[in-house]
Design a protein. Structure first.
Length: 296
């Protein structure tokens, strides 16, 4: 996995298609870094502020694409990319697609771009707009696809946020993006359940918050252990609380939810997977075997 290649291209021009909240943040970062920038947006008025800062505003997508070799797309979705670039000449262009998509969509778009004479790089942005252009915020973007394109333009791409190249398979940026987001939403589910339990009690959310945050941080060590067990195939390696013990403890969690008049719908699907793993003989294992049950 490569990060932030260095290149002497601080003044290299580029084109950006799409000026929503994220696109506008990216544009501002590139302008601040000194890159001549051509922009296009369906609603042209959104470009006024960037024009005042020196951006060139193209009247059409075709004009914007023709202006520069490096073309970055930050539109709504995969369908909007197809619509915007329909009939536009991409021959010799370096197309970087930052639209949130699935791995399958990214692979299809890579083949589509290559058929039209362009090199292709897909990106998954791990940030919200206020983090863009702020190095201390820790924002970064997963990239996958043309290694040559990434090596040539990686320094430009790193101006708004850090870069992490995850492979020549164009679908891997989206795959990493969605994997991390899925883990995040699972955590949010647990946080929601925890706060629901204390709702209506003499426990202020602000009192629970540092305790919950600290506990989740402490438990994050299980991520590396799960990875090690998956790679070794030994799910009983370095087990602290085995599956049998944790399944036995489910009753207390579910009964507490019932007593507190809180739905257990966020916990029950995971608990059912734990029970299924125990039924096939994984009692001495960690929780890692649940991963295999999810595979279809």
């Amino acid at each position: 996995m490569a990060t932030n290649p260095v290149e002497n291209t601080s003044k290299t021009p580029l084109t950006l298609l799409g000026l929503g909240a994220m696109g506008t943040a990216l544009a501002g970062a590139w302008l601040a870094a000194g890159h001549p920038l051509t922009v296009w947006n369906r609603t042209a008025a959104r470009a006024d502020g960037l024009a005042a800062r020196g951006a060139t505003v193209a009247a059409t997508v075709a004009q914007a694409v023709a202006a520069n070799r490096l073309v970055v797309v930050c539109l709504l979705d995969d369908a909007s990319v197809l619509e915007a670039l329909d009939g536009v000449d991409l021959t010799g262009k370096d197309l970087v697609n930052l639209v949130t998509s699935t791995p399958g969509q990214a692979r299809a778009r890579a083949a589509w771009a290559e058929q039209r004479g362009a090199r292709y790089l897909d990106g998954g942005i791990m940030a919200v707009p206020p983090m863009i252009g702020v190095p201390a915020a820790g924002a970064y973007v997963f990239y996958s696809g043309s290694a040559e394109l990434f090596e040539e333009h990686g320094g430009i791409l790193a101006a708004p946020a850090g870069t992490r190249y995850v492979g020549a398979d164009a679908g891997y940026a989206a795959l990493h993006d969605v994997a991390l987001l899925s883990g995040m939403y699972g955590m949010f589910a647990g946080i929601a359940h925890a706060f629901a339990l204390v709702r209506g009690e003499a426990v202020a959310p602000s009192e629970l918050a540092p305790l919950l945050g600290g506990w989740l941080a402490a438990m994050s060590g299980s991520v590396a252990r799960t990875a090690e067990q998956l790679e070794s195939g030994d799910y009983a390696q370095d087990v602290v609380s085995n599956l049998a013990m944790q399944v036995a403890g489910q009753e207390t969690l579910l009964r507490t939810a019932e007593e507190q008049r809180v739905s257990a719908e966020l916990l029950q699907p995971y608990f059912r997977l734990m029970e299924r793993r125990l039924e096939i003989g994984g009692g001495e294992e960690d929780l890692t075997g649940v991963v295999d049950l999810l595979r279809r």
